[in-house]
Design a protein around this ligand. Sequence first.
Ligand SMILES: Nc1ncnc2c1ncn2[C@@H]1O[C@H](COP(=O)(O)OP(=O)(O)OP(=O)(O)O)[C@@H](O)[C@H]1O
Ligand SMILES: [Mg+2]
Length: 242
Amino acid sequence: MITVSHVSVAYGDEAALQDVSLEVGRGATCAIIGASGCGKTTLLYALAGLIQPAAGRISIDGKPLERVRARTSLILQDYGLLPWKTARDNLAFPLRSRGMTAADSRALADRTLQSLGILDQADKFPGALSGGQRQRVAIGRALVLEPDLLLMDEASSALDAITREHIQKLVLQIWQQNQPSLLLVTHSIEEALFLGQTVLVMGRGRIAATIANPWFGQETAADPAGRALLAQTIRRQLHEAD
Ligand SMILES: Nc1ncnc2c1ncn2[C@@H]1O[C@H](COP(=O)(O)OP(=O)(O)OP(=O)(O)O)[C@@H](O)[C@H]1O
Ligand SMILES: [Mg+2]
């Protein structure tokens, strides 16, 4: 269980989060949606232990979060790949840093790239990969560390519609296989409805609404009208929160 209680974060005297509280069950998924600048990335950074809240507490499985956890993986908005390392080495590097041998880390990197369908790209540097391939490498790098908490910041917003759908399905599949808790930031209502069991609508520095989503994981909704209605509600709340 991830518990955020009354968390505030400020950059200098600019408040980025104010009195934010939320709970995400172990192995549950939560999509966070909100206008640019409302504090979504800041919330993920705080959950990753990268920034300390000025007030409030975050705990994971009952333990107060005081530093970066080994089993939390964060996929950044710009993917955060190391440009001077190949796709394979982007995956192998964090394993090497944790003491795995060169041969083992290479083998695990290759297995992961294979499962993501990009083993043929292993020797390329990030600059030579397409956006979708880069996204897969970033997901692979997060996965090799076997996270129990996966934080994704706008995983697919820079991708074309087809690639985005592939990535969304891939994320769902990964979640089904490994059951990490998953918090994902998105600008897309469709993506939020596909990947979030709960959808959090953020307004400036705060959570404006928490919505249970019965259409989680459904490519074609059993009740399209009901799904469209929920999308409409979220759209309205986004406007009201802004
Ligand atoms: N390092 C920083 N120093 C100062 N202000 C910052 C810093 N990072 C973020 N901010 C400010 O904090 C607020 C929240 O930023 P944040 O990056 O969390 O927004 P966001 O919801 O992720 O936006 P976007 O959708 O554009 O990625 C913004 O007003 C931003 O300008
Ligand atoms: Mg952001």
